[in-house]
Structures are given as C-alpha cells and as structure tokens.
Design a protein around this ligand. Structure first.
Ligand SMILES: Cc1cc2nc3c(=O)[nH]c(=O)nc-3n(C[C@H](O)[C@H](O)[C@H](O)COP(=O)(O)OP(=O)(O)OC[C@H]3O[C@@H](n4cnc5c(N)ncnc54)[C@H](O)[C@@H]3O)c2cc1C
Length: 532
C-alpha cells in the first residue's frame, strides 16, 4: 500500500473526486489504481469562503514496489506503515486470575487484552450494568434522586458512557494501540468512520450499546464481570497484595489487581491511602460549562456554508492566558449537546457535557476551565485536591437550592458583575433544573477573575462567544483526577507489589482513548511479567 498525505479537496466535492485525484497525484493511469481506503479525513475551515477536506489515503496500485523505488521525491507519498496492533504473547495463569477494578475504558480494555491473551480476568464494578444504570441516571436527571453507586461517574462503561464520546487524544502511539481501541469499538458496533475521522465521536446513545458488546466479548473469552461489587480494602502481606476485600465483607484472593478506578472514587482513594498505596496530589482544572446556540457556533466557524449538510455541527477550541499566568481553555466541547448533572455523591453539584450521535440538540456547550495547582489546595496532603473539589461542589449545591439544580448565570451578567434573575435567548439544557444566580459565590476568586479576563478575549477568536445570553453552569470540577497513584516504569504501584494503578483515576490518562490505551499498556506489562 502507498500512503498519500495532504490530498485537499473542496468540502462538498463530488463522490468520485478521490478516484480521480489519487491517480493524478501518483501520475499513474486510472486503471492502475486497484483500490484505496481513507486513513484520515479532517476539515480545514480556516478560510470560511473555501472550506476544504484534507485526506490521507492508503492506495493499492499495480507494480507498487517498482513505483515506490522510482518515485521518492514527494515527501507526502511513501509506503503505508504497519497499522496492526500486535497482541502480546498469551499468558499462563499461575494460580489466580488478575482482578481489574473498574469497567471504564481503562478497565474494559485491560480486561479485553488479558482475556484475549488467555487469562481469565475478573472485572469488578461498584455500579450497575449499563442498561440498569441508564434508568438510574435518567431518574436523577428527571427528579434529582441521586444514587451514590449508580450515576454518571459510576457503573458499567465508566465516566465516558454519558458523553459526546469524542475519540480525540494527544497521546503518541507507536504500537497501534489507538488503532486497536478504535477497531474494537467498530467491531462492537461503532460507525466505521471513527477509524479515519480526525475528530471522531460516538455519542451516548451508541456508546451504551457498544459497552455491552465489549463486556460480552470479555465474557466469551472466559473473563468474568461482577457488578455492584465495590473494592473496599486490600489484603497485603509483606508489601505484596494477596487479596482484595469487596463490599466490606468478602475477600477475593488475588495476587494482581489493576486499579482502573476513574477520577471520582474518593472513598477508594482514602482506603488506598490508608493501606499504604503511594499517591500524591495532582493539579487539575476547575470552571464552568458554557452554552451557546449551536447555530451561532456554526455560523461563526463555517460562514455562509454553515447550514450545508456535509459540515454538521461545528466545534471550537479556545485558549487564553491571564496576566497571572493561569491558562483558561475550552475543553470537551459537545456540539448539539446538553449540559448534564454528573454528581456522584450527596451534597455536591457537578456538571459535564454530552451529545447523542446525531448531535442534534439546540445548544452547543463546552467546559471553560482554569488550571488549578497543588498550591491552591492549601496543603500538599495527597487528598487535598479532593477536599478542594468537594468544597466548590458543595457551594454549587447550596447555590442551586440543595436539590441538584445547578447555579447558572448569563455571560452578560457575569461580565457585568451582577446576579442573573432570569435567562434570555439561550434556554439552559441542564436538568433536573437550574437556579439563576451569581457564580462568584460558588467559584474560587482566581477562577472568576480568570474567566472574566478570558471570555472577552475568546470572543475575538470566536465571534459571539461572549454573547450576553450565553449561559455559564457551575461547577465543572471533574475535568481530570486530583490524585496520582504512583507507579514504577513497569506500571506497578511504587509501594505495594502486584497493584497496577491505571487510567484517568490514577493520573495517567485523560479521556476515553488515552484511558483505554493505558489499560492496554498495563495489561501488556502484566503479561510480560507473568511470562518472565
Ligand atoms: C460526562 C462526561 C463526558 C465525557 N466526555 C468525554 C468525551 O467526549 N471524550 C473523552 O475522551 N472523554 C470524555 N470524558 C472523560 C472520560 O470519560 C474519562 O477520561 C474516561 O472514562 C476515564 O476512563 P477510566 O476507565 O480511567 O475511568 P472511568 O471511566 O471513570 O471508570 C472507572 C470505573 O471504576 C469504577 N469504580 C470506582 N471505584 C470503584 C471501586 N472501589 N470498586 C469497584 N469499581 C469502582 C467506577 O464505577 C467506574 O465505572 C467524559 C467524562 C464525563 C464524566
């Protein structure tokens, strides 16, 4: 196969444009092109009057080797690299099955790799199966009845189940692990376009089905999954794990445990800290969800072509630096999505965002975050970041009315320094309900200052971002883990042998794909160890 990068076509090109463009780029007769597939497809909307689609293509042609040896001058053309994920060597099970705690992307992919290698991993999950979990989350969104063990953060599929399902990641991947994740998602029902879309997303409605398929695959390979089973203790002998305690009263013997806990398992962090598992406080970010009409974002990003069906709902990514050095940035933008209630414990309001696959809701929203350092926590205790998060989530709870309504302020009122009393053009999408207020009372002063500084600046890049009727919903506090569970270069806990901290909750990933990839890396390390 020959890889051709940077094929640029108008975004509304004819269906057969690539078939014409590829032979032209290779300077071959059209009949010598045997076939091609898209490796990457992205949109370039920097010039609104000339929006382009940019392709990377893998083409199969006649006399490929000869063509490649004779044509080496174009840096955008060369042999296609290997894109296959090479499975680790199968492992033998010396006695006990490896236990994986958590069935988010990290736990599921660690489990899948171990099951594919012939081990029979046991996955335990404090929450419920995804179908039951969906009912609990809907009930919370409708009535404000929060179940502390079954919510947007806890349950099968982990934190990203109710999400936009964006699959973008910044991580480097030389071993095709990202490809493995995407291929498995497609095998389990995701749209094959995710294999090449530069900004692929799945959507909550599709994710719910896909997660069940991944679980079924692990089960069919001999793995086990236990729901409503919470890790509550570690059994340790001479610095090595010999078992785990679940639901306070049952011991499961184990000499290997992968901690794929996610960023919200505060009780588990406490237990691990008390058990001597090394960890430290970690910086994260705090802020709000900001919401605009999706049509405004489309118009600003795509100009006159904004309603063309090929373009779909537009995204944005904004960054601004404040005079004191703090960064303010948009994160996890959900085009045509909803701001959602994501609390996982009583007495705290937490917001996040999600979209359905069609991204067809009226508003677009994104997190607008300010970076928070360990110095902001007041002390350097490993769990000081958790205490800091809780403090602001509790304030938001009180401001909202103590019923999981979220405090919301119009952007215009926020910038003018006055409380909101009602809303205008933009209708809040958050449920179970919202309370108009002054967000200054439930955000740290430095976050308020940073947001007030950044929003007008961001409006210069994205016209309308500071629209007076835009809405800010607080508090977005779970953008990443406030804790890092320390591990060695071999992925093992620095203090307890046989314990493998992994994924977002351990501080080694952020997002669906990077967490899944970290799960794969940890499973590979574990297999390498078992195989000596
Ligand atoms: C609303 C929302 C939207 C998001 N949108 C996106 C997006 O579009 N794209 C993206 O890339 N990322 C998104 N993210 C982030 C992404 O979901 C996380 O980065 C990812 O899920 C982390 O994976 P993980 O497996 O490490 O942890 P998690 O997914 O958090 O999974 C951890 C699992 O461990 C379980 N658990 C915790 N403690 C215990 C215990 N003691 N015993 C047993 N089980 C336990 C939890 O119930 C949970 O199921 C979103 C997150 C949220 C909350």
């Amino acid at each position: 196969m020959i890889r051709i990068k940077n094929i640029v076509l108008p975004f509304d090109h004819e269906p057969d444009a690539l078939e014409r463009e590829i032979p032209a780029r290779l300077k071959i007769n059209k009949s010598h092109l045997k076939g091609f597939s898209i490796f990457r497809k992205s949109l370039d909307a920097r010039k609104k009057s000339q929006i382009k689609t940019v392709y990377t293509i893998d083409a199969e042609i006649q006399d490929e080797e000869r063509w490649l040896s004779e044509n080496q001058e174009d840096p955008n053309i060369g042999p296609s690299p290997d894109m296959v994920y090479h499975e680790p060597k199968p492992g033998s099970v010396p006695g006990l099955s490896p236990v994986i705690i958590g069935t988010g992307p990290c736990g599921l992919f660690a489990g899948l790799i171990l099951a594919e290698a012939g081990l029979k991993p046991l996955l335990i999950e404090r929450g419920k199966r995804v179908d039951e979990r969906v009912r609990d989350v809907r009930q919370f969104w409708e009535s404000g009845t929060l179940l502390p063990e079954s919510n947007v953060c806890f349950g099968e599929g982990g934190a990203g189940t109710f999400s936009d399902g964006k699959l973008t990641t910044q991580i480097k991947d030389r071993r095709n692990r990202i490809r493995k994740v995407l291929t498995e998602l497609v095998d389990c029902g995701a749209d094959p376009e995710i294999l090449y879309q530069a900004k692929a997303h799945i959507g909550t409605d599709h994710l719910i089905r896909i997660i069940q398929q991944i679980r079924d695959k692990i089960l069919s390979l001999g793995g086990q999954v236990r729901f409503e089973t919470r890790l509550t203790g570690l059994e340790i002998h001479q610095g090595r794990i010999i078992g785990i305690r679940v639901n306070d009263d049952e011991v499961v013997l184990a000499n290997t445990a992968v901690l794929a806990l996610g960023h919200s398992a505060r009780d588990t962090y406490e237990m691990l800290h008390a058990s001597g598992v090394s960890m430290e406080a970690k910086p994260f970010s705090l802020g709000v969800r900001i919401e605009h009409p999706q049509t405004l974002i489309n118009q600003t990003q795509y100009g006159a072509s904004h309603s063309h069906p090929r373009l779909g709902p537009a995204e944005y990514k904004l960054v601004s630096r404040c005079p004191d050095g703090r960064a303010v940035y948009s994160f996890c933008m959900c085009p045509g999505g909803k701001v959602i209630a994501s609390s996982s414990e009583p007495g705290g309001v937490v917001t996040n965002g999600m979209s359905m696959h069609a991204r067809h809701s009226k508003n677009g929203n994104s997190a607008l975050l300010v970076n928070v350092d360990v110095a902001d926590f007041g002390n350097s205790h490993p769990l000081s970041g958790v205490v800091f998060q809780k403090q602001w989530e509790a304030k938001a709870f009180v401001m909202g009315g103590r019923n999981y309504f979220a405090p919301v302020q119009r952007v215009g009122d926020f910038l003018a320094g006055k409380p909101s009393l009602s809303f205008g053009e933009v209708v809040p999408s958050y449920s179970p309900g919202v309370t108009p207020c002054d967000l200054r009372e439930c955000l740290p002063g430095f976050v308020v200052e940073a947001l007030a500084h950044a929003i007008p600046k961001m409006d210069q890049s994205l016209k309308g971002f500071a629209m007076a009727d835009g809405l800010m919903t607080a508090v977005e506090s779970r953008s990443s883990s406030p804790v890092r569970i320390l591990r060695t270069d071999d992925f093992e806990s620095q203090s307890i042998k046989g314990v493998y901290p992994a994924g977002e909750g351990a501080g080694y990933a952020g997002g669906i794909v990077s967490s899944a990839v970290d799960g794969i890396r940890v499973a590979e390390a574990l297999l390498a160890k078992l195989n000596g």
